[in-house]
Structure formats: structure tokens, C-alpha cells
Write a protein that binds this ligand. Structure first.
Ligand code: SF4
Length: 323
């Protein structure tokens, strides 16, 4: 039996944008080339600046969005070509956690109703059976029966995220897509939530697709990472390898701004010029060439190929690797 819980191949998503009746529609390539795998019980993180397509990738995998091209396999089953009516099993085994749990928690429902909602939709359990499961799962995420009778607005940000995690967990998912789950929280609360996610992974063997712009957070939780720039993964590999030996100039720039505890290990910060270009009009060749400190003539003309590097499963796309 395969150990791969998620395989994504050449995923693409474009949106048509209209600026008015008389203007021609523009196509935005939000995700242009994304391929990766997640093994059971592991965490793969997608990192990159805001607007790089990492959240869109998460939404494509959970089928909140329809892919334009490419394949998504969950536990050996291709789901990218399935209709909504055929996705029942997938909807149970893949759950999402969002950045702002408050926005996704119904303010008119008690916590026990919010957490039980997936059970009401997907199972035939009786009210008392659902109630029992809700109390069990509240305990797992560090809340209690007392909290089950309250409403979302009565909780702090960290507690709300625990409620969001409980709702995701209640269906015993194999894969959780966590989209910036701690970026709205204070640093001390962030580490509590990250530790909770890691404990749940150890206990239940859950796999995570973790989406974040924050490399310090990603370093704490990931087994493997994919660095995204303008809709494509430009470098991927085991977290320790990528952090110790980044090969793509964009990864190097991102890592140079991660704070280090030991001042003697302080790295020189690489400042990138300009903003991330618009996906409406992406640069030719290597899409990073407008900001890359090492850009050469070829970078403006030719898209670099994805290359396997010395360490196992370490890949990057950059013309510098040909030299
Ligand atoms: Fe920089 Fe060229 Fe490498 Fe792109 S291909 S990252 S522009 S050196």
C-alpha cells in the first residue's frame, strides 16, 4: 500500500477578469505549475509572499476551487476530475483550518453545534452520540464541556483556533490543510497551537499541508517544504536541507530575513528590489528575474527547468544551477 496521502501534479488555476463591458477579459494565472507529494503522517509546507498562489493551491486541493489543469490524488484516488456528488468520501478525509477561525465560526451557533455540524451532515449518528464525540474532541484540543455551551465571540483568538481544529478533527481526517492557521495569533499562542498540531499528528497520524508566509513557523512544523513564487514552486525538499543549503535566490532571500537566536550566526539580509509582479502580466523567462540579484540575460528569455540537486528530493528551478 502506498504511503503517499497527497500527490499533486502540474496543477494550474487561471481566473478570467473583466474590467468592464468594453474591455477584453484578462487571464490571471494564479497557480501555474505546482507538483508535490505528502507522505502519511508528514507535514509539507508551502511558503512564499502573499499573492504567490499558496492559498489558491490549498483551495484547489480541498476542491473549494476547480483546477484548470493538472491532477490531485488523495490516498490513491484522483479527485481533480470528480464531480461534487462524487466527492463525499474526500470531503470527510480532507479538512481545512483557516487563518481567521472567527470568520468561519457561525456566531449564532453554540460551540457544540459548530463542532458537531460535519457529523450532522456526513453521518447518521444520534444527538447523544454526536454530543459524546464533541466532548471527546474538545478535550483533545484542550477545551472542556464548559466551553461547549458558549458562542464563538466569547473566546480568545487561540481558543477560537482550537475550536476550528476540533471541527476539522471530528471527522478523523487523514489530511488537514491549514491555511495560515497561526498568523493572526500572538507569538506565545502561536507556539501553543503549533505544538497542539504536532501532538495531534503524533497521536492520530494526520498529514498536514501547512500554508504560511512565515519561515520561522514553517521551520518549527515541517518535514518538507515548497517555496512558491508567482504561482509556481521554485524550490522544494526536506526542510532541514532547504534551510541549511538553499539553492534558489528567492529561497535565499526569504531565509536571510528569518531571525536567528545566536547573533554570531546572523546572516546578511538580502533585500529584494520591487514588489511581486502581477500575475495578470507575469515576467517572461524566469518570473523572478525582475527582482533577482543574480539575473542573467538568459533569465529574461528562458524558463529554468526543475532540477534534482545533490540531496535526495531536493529540487530547484534556476539557470545558475546549469553553470
Ligand atoms: Fe535569478 Fe535567473 Fe535563477 Fe531566475 S533563473 S532565480 S533570474 S538567476
Amino acid at each position: 500500500m502506498s504511503n503517499t496521502i497527497l500527490r499533486v501534479e502540474k496543477l494550474k488555476k487561471s481566473f478570467e477578469l473583466s474590467n468592464g463591458f468594453f474591455e477584453k477579459k484578462k487571464t490571471i494565472q494564479a497557480v501555474s505549475d505546482v507538483s508535490f507529494e505528502i507522505q502519511k503522517g508528514e507535514t509539507f509546507s508551502l511558503v512564499g509572499e502573499s499573492g504567490c498562489g499558496k492559498s489558491t493551491t490549498g483551495r484547489l486541493i480541498s476542491r473549494l476551487l476547480e483546477p484548470t489543469e493538472g491532477s490531485i490524488w488523495i490516498d490513491g484516488m484522483e479527485v481533480s476530475n470528480k464531480k461534487e456528488s462524487q466527492l463525499k468520501q474526500m470531503r470527510q478525509s480532507v479538512q481545512m483550518i483557516f487563518q481567521d477561525p472567527y470568520a468561519s465560526l457561525n456566531p449564532r451557533m453554540k460551540v457544540k453545534e459548530i463542532i458537531a455540524e460535519p457529523l450532522t451532515i456526513h453521518t447518521n449518528l444520534s444527538t447523544s452520540e454526536r454530543q459524546k464525540k464533541v466532548l471527546e474532541i474538545l478535550e483533545v484540543v484542550g477545551l472542556s464541556e464548559y466551553h461547549s455551551e458558549r458562542y464563538a465571540h466569547e473566546f480568545s483568538g487561540g481558543q477560537r483556533q482550537r475550536i476550528g481544529i476540533a471541527r476539522a478533527l471530528i471527522m478523523k481526517p487523514q489530511l488537514i490543510i491549514a491555511d495560515e492557521p497561526v498568523s493572526a495569533l500572538d507569538v506565545s499562542i502561536q507556539s501553543q497551537i503549533l505544538n497542539l498540531l504536532k501532538d495531534l499528528q503524533r497521536e492520530y497520524g494526520i498529514s498536514y499541508l501547512f500554508i504560511s508566509h512565515d519561515l520561522s513557523v514553517v521551520e518549527h512544523i515541517s518535514d518538507n517544504i515548497g517555496v512558491m513564487y508567482l504561482g509556481a514552486i521554485v524550490e522544494s525538499g526536506p526542510k532541514d536541507t532547504v534551510f541549511a543549503n538553499p539553492q534558489h535566490p528567492y529561497t535565499k532571500a526569504l531565509l536571510s530575513s528569518v531571525p536567528v537566536a545566536n547573533p554570531r550566526l546572523r546572516k546578511e539580509k538580502i533585500i529584494l528590489k520591487g514588489d511581486i509582479p502581477s500575475p495578470k502580466n507575469p515576467p517572461s523567462g524566469c518570473t523572478f528575474h525582475t527582482r533577482c540579484p543574480f539575473a542573467m540575460d538568459i533569465c529574461k528569455k528562458e524558463k529554468p527547468k526543475r532540477q534534482q540537486l545533490q540531496e535526495e528530493n531536493h529540487f530547484a528551478s534556476c539557470h545558475l544551477l546549469d553553470q
